[in-house]
Design a protein around this ligand. Structure first.
Ligand code: UN1
Length: 503
């Protein structure tokens, strides 16, 4: 926000308010928290720790704005998305740098995060001209049967820190084009990115109350949102534990809760694979975003015939893999996102040291720049299937390498985890590749490509503990945020009884 329009610019760190009913507000007496740059611990922004009453005010604003927004034809709602996409494009370089500063992913990925937001917002603008229903024949004469999509009302979008502009936009743009109004609760450690996303919609001229931002602790803000009776649906991306809590609270109130949770995604490399290609795939899949994608590859399942050779190729390649300042174009991998992340990853590395063989990395990096931020070495363990590191989500640059005898064992190992988001197989055997599409228990399967990098025009989501059945992105995004109404139009001018007059 611009100075004088709600922002209070202090000499040290910029302060942000909540965005409620079209205004940046600082509720009297509210506490604050800061976000920091994980590369050097410098502050990035200061934000309001909203309380339950502040959440209520945001829901109230969204509730009041709903009727007029719902009544606006979807293609005209799309015009706001078109403006938002244009602003995002104009500000891509600037916002991409903010993503890198606040979250730590390397700059090309920070820019990619914003590009994914742009792609999706543009795509949803187009969806506003479809919002497809069905028309089907009636069993009676002079009768028309169809379905239409209607918004749910006020929806809550609760988002993680790992894609701090893309994932909020996946939810917000889909919710808005469908005619809902939104209360947006971002992860606390990327609140600045969230504020930038909201500013984009503000500058796009979105009517007051249609999109509201509440920052603060999940236990307070998230809970108040999920429990408010006016919030009709909750879309949550984050960890399993919080997701389960959100689901249970929502279930008690019979709300639609959409969950996108963890992953333990495998890349399988068969003996017949293109090994240099599979090597580039595992580097990007396992260590891109410092392993902090829900889709990141955390298990490398190698067939015995290429096991030693491929592991050696990987270890050799990592000798020239650079960990450092994510703004430096020479850097391959930046820090992990926070002190909490670093602690959790190092704990798992300790567990791995006890139960598996450490091949490479396995430590916090120290010295120079490393001492100021949260840097963990790209880490590789050789392990048998079944160890904790081979089955639990770590969400960091830690890869478990597992040897298998054949395709059947590869699939058995790949599937024997609690999650089912992404999966990948490298093989030159086309029949086996198609077989794997059927066999791998996951919402997404890649053939000869890494487990990360899904495109926004297709559904995104997973099975087992990864979610509760829904999908984001693609046309599925519209399903997430709409109710289907079934309509029968009888123009026969007489009472026609289905199932009775047709027998
Ligand atoms: C996530 O990590 O939750 O498919 C999202 C990908 C990205 C999105 C990841 N397009 O890797």
């Amino acid at each position: 926000m611009r100075a004088g329009e709600g922002s209070i610019v202090s000499s040290s760190v910029e302060e942000y308010g909540l965005f409620v009913n079209g205004k940046w507000v600082v509720p009297p007496g509210a506490g604050r928290f800061e976000t920091i740059n994980p590369t050097n611990r410098e502050p990035v922004g200061s934000f309001v720790a909203a309380r339950a009453a502040d959440v209520t005010a945001a829901v109230e604003a969204a509730h009041k704005a709903f009727p007029a927004w719902r009544d606006l034809p979807a293609p005209r709602r799309g015009q706001f998305l078109r403006s938002a996409a244009r602003i995002l494009k104009e500000r891509k370089a600037e916002i991409g740098r903010i993503v890198t500063r606040e979250m730590g992913k390397v700059l090309p990925e920070g820019l990619g995060d914003v590009q994914e937001a742009i792609d999706f917002v543009e795509y949803m603008d187009g969806e506003g001209r479809r919002l497809l229903g069905e028309t089907v024949p009636s069993e009676l004469t002079s009768k028309f049967c169809l379905t239409v999509r209607q918004p749910k009302g006020v929806v809550a979008c609760i988002t993680p820190w790992n894609f701090p502009t893309a994932i909020p936009n996946w939810k917000i743009a889909a919710a808005l084009i469908s005619g809902n109004t939104v209360v947006f609760k971002p992860a606390s450690n990327t609140a600045r990115c969230a504020a930038e996303v909201v500013k984009v919609y503000e500058d796009a001229g979105l009517p007051p109350g249609v999109l509201n931002l509440v920052t603060g602790a999940g236990g307070t803000v998230g809970t108040a949102l999920v429990e408010d009776p006016r919030v009709r649906a909750v879309s949550f991306t984050g960890g399993v534990e919080t997701g389960r809590d959100v689901y249970v609270r929502g279930a008690q109130r019979l709300k639609m809760v959409h969950l996108e949770l963890g992953g333990k995604n495998p890349q399988i490399v068969m003996d017949d694979a293109n090994l240099p290609l599979a090597l580039e795939g595992i580097l990007f899949g396992a260590f891109g975003t410092s392993g902090q994608r829900c889709t990141a590859t955390s298990r490398l399942i190698l067939q015995a015939g290429i096991y030693d050779r491929f592991l050696e190729m990987l270890v050799r390649r990592l000798e020239t893999f650079r960990v450092g300042d994510p703004l430096d174009p020479a850097t391959d991998m930046g820090p992990v996102a926070s002190a909490d992340q670093e602690r959790k990853i190092l704990e798992y590395i300790e567990i791995g040291r006890r139960e598996a063989r450490l091949v490479r990395g396995g430590e916090k990096l120290t010295g120079g720049l490393y001492d100021r931020g949260f840097f963990v070495a790209p880490t590789i363990f050789e392990t048998r299937h079944g160890t904790r590191i081979s089955k639990e989500e770590i969400f960091g640059p830690v890869l478990s390498v597992i040897k298998v005898a054949d395709y059947a064992e590869a699939v058995r190992v790949a599937n024997d985890v609690d999650y089912g988001l992404s999966s990948s197989i490298y093989t030159r055997d086309v029949s086996r590749a198609f077989r794997a599409i059927e066999d791998l228990e996951a919402g997404i399967t890649y053939i000869n490509a890494p487990t990360i990098g899904a495109e926004i025009q297709l559904p995104f989501g997973g099975i087992k503990n990864t979610g509760n059945g829904g999908r984001e992105a693609g046309t599925a995004a519209i399903e997430e945020f709409t109710e289907v109404k079934t309509v029968f139009v009888d123009y026969s001018d007489k009472l026609q009884k289905a199932q009775i007059d047709t027998a």
